[in-house]
Ligand binder design. Structure first.
Ligand code: SF4
Length: 470
């Protein structure tokens, strides 16, 4: 996938001015958040269920090296082949070589964030292998060359008329149509033809069970199931943190994941594979290749603070509650992961300097931390990232931070600062709000308002009260 993390501010501005994106953002994330709440209430004790999922993710992290070794051993004894990929290039090269070896002119793919992370589609296409995304939303974004808008609904913001236009252009339909169901059916028919003769299928992995070597996928459309059962060769890609100790843990995480993703108690399809198809089985791949990808995660694991990012189960609950995501949507994050999940993960994969706008955009409200069923302290991580940036700040920036710190430590400077800011801001207030201002902070107000600063600060009122009392 194209890495556009450096255009965060520019894309965010564009999305905030886009009425279509704003219309979706005003209903989509809060809708998912309500559905999550409702589905969680089906647990006899929702708080205990969350505590258990946090404990499972913590245990996984603590025992990660040992669990991975056990998983590999069991996957091999089930007949799967396991390849440890150090980075995206190694994973992509393995898959490309395998496609060539199998004489595959094209592959079908189930929705997977990990292959977005590795940029697999471009690598295969550059190598002459055509790629068909089979999740409807992913298929649409692939045709349009756009990144996903939301983890659950990658193309949910794209109007039917635009989809019809691109489908006509690509020969997927022969007549224009604004009927979403008809458009969906045309994709189904188009992909069925590919499934009939596909030689290599590619999926991600939602969970890998250490004690049995099984891999688990969840989905609602059945396209992953078709990608797994149609070809003779299946490649399943997982990052190292996808492992869980045993099936009981996997099933609990599954119940939490589906509820936190879309408010379902369970998804439409859950596929559990232990190795390639056995002789007695009617369908399933003859060869199963499992790629275990590191891609910088060992380094993330070594730092006791960043390590917690590996607990993430990609449920997307943090996106739906985040005030920043709900204003800008998924495009500005510029990489596979968006929202607080992206603000946390993208800097670890792409570097802190390149992505500093992402974690600087956070208000540190803590809503993502409260929503996270994996027990991740996102605000704590963002402060850590910011501290790393501050350490390397230039002299001008350091002087600015130093004067702000000095003002906060001196009562006199603080009171003077408040008085000056109040005079400047309130001069620009209309109906109790400051909506625009000239000068260097002009941009801050281009998409938000600030309530007028109170005529008297708490300290001034307190002083007055004390004076009256005496
Ligand atoms: S950070 Fe937490 S809430 Fe966000 S996607 Fe990951 S597990 Fe879900």
């Amino acid at each position: 996938m194209v890495k556009r993390a450096g255009t965060f501010i520019e894309t965010a501005r564009k999305e905030m001015a886009n009425p279509l994106s704003q219309a979706f953002l005003s209903v989509l994330p809060p809708g998912f958040a309500v559905m999550k709440q409702l589905s969680m209430s089906s647990f006899p004790d929702p708080a205990a269920a969350i505590e258990l999922s946090k404990a499972i993710r913590q245990e996984t992290l603590t025992r990660l090296p040992e669990l991975l070794e056990e998983f590999e051993e069991n996957a091999l004894s089930n007949g799967a082949r396991v390849f440890w990929a150090g980075d995206s290039a190694a994973a992509n090269e393995y898959i490309l070589n395998l496609c060539r070896e199998k004489g595959a002119a094209f592959v079908t793919k189930g929705k997977s964030m990990i292959t977005e992370e590795t940029g697999l589609n471009s690598a295969l296409e550059e190598g002459g292998i055509e790629v068909f995304e089979t999740d409807l939303g992913e298929f649409i974004t692939q045709q349009m060359g756009r990144p996903p808008f939301h983890i659950v609904g990658p193309a949910i913001n794209i109007p039917a008329a635009e989809i019809s236009e691109i489908f006509l252009e690509k020969g997927i339909i022969s007549e224009p149509s604004n009927d979403a169901v008809a458009l969906g059916k045309s994709v189904r028919a188009y992909l069925r033809d590919r499934f009939k003769s596909v030689k290599v299928g590619i999926t991600g992995i939602n969970m890998a069970v250490s004690s049995s070597g099984a891999i688990i996928n969840v989905e609602n459309e059945g396209n992953i199931r078709l990608t797994k059962s149609s070809p003779e060769t299946l490649v399943a890609v997982m990052s190292i943190e996808k492992v869980v100790p045993d099936m009981n843990d996997a099933l609990h995480i599954l119940r939490i994941l589906c509820r936190h993703c879309v408010g379902q108690k369970i998804s439409g399809y859950v596929t559990i594979d232990t190795g390639p198809a056995k002789q007695s089985e009617l369908d399933g791949p003859k060869e199963l290749h499992i790629i275990i990808l590191d891609n910088g995660r060992s380094e993330i694991y070594r730092d006791s603070l960043t390590r917690q990012a590996l607990k993430c189960i990609r449920c997307g609950a943090c996106l739906n509650i985040c005030p920043v995501y709900s204003k800008i949507g998924g495009y500005p994050y510029g990489f596979a992961y968006s929202g607080p999940m992206g603000q946390m993960l993208n800097p670890l994969f792409l570097g802190f300097h390149r992505t500093k706008d992402l974690f600087s955009a956070c208000t540190l409200c803590g809503a993502c931390r409260d929503a996270c069923p994996a027990g991740i302290d996102h605000p704590g991580l963002f402060l850590y990232y910011r501290s790393l940036i501050a350490e390397n700040a230039d002299q001008k920036e350091k002087a600015l931070y130093a004067s702000a710190a000095a003002a906060m430590q001196s009562g006199l400077a603080w009171r003077l600062g408040i008085k000056t800011a109040r005079a400047i801001l309130n001069r620009n207030a209309r109906d109790g709000y400051v909506s625009s201002i000239s000068g260097i902070k002009k941009g801050w107000f281009s998409n938000r308002d600030l309530p007028e600063i109170a005529k008297k600060t708490f300290h001034e009122l307190w002083k007055e009260l004390n004076r009256k009392d005496t």
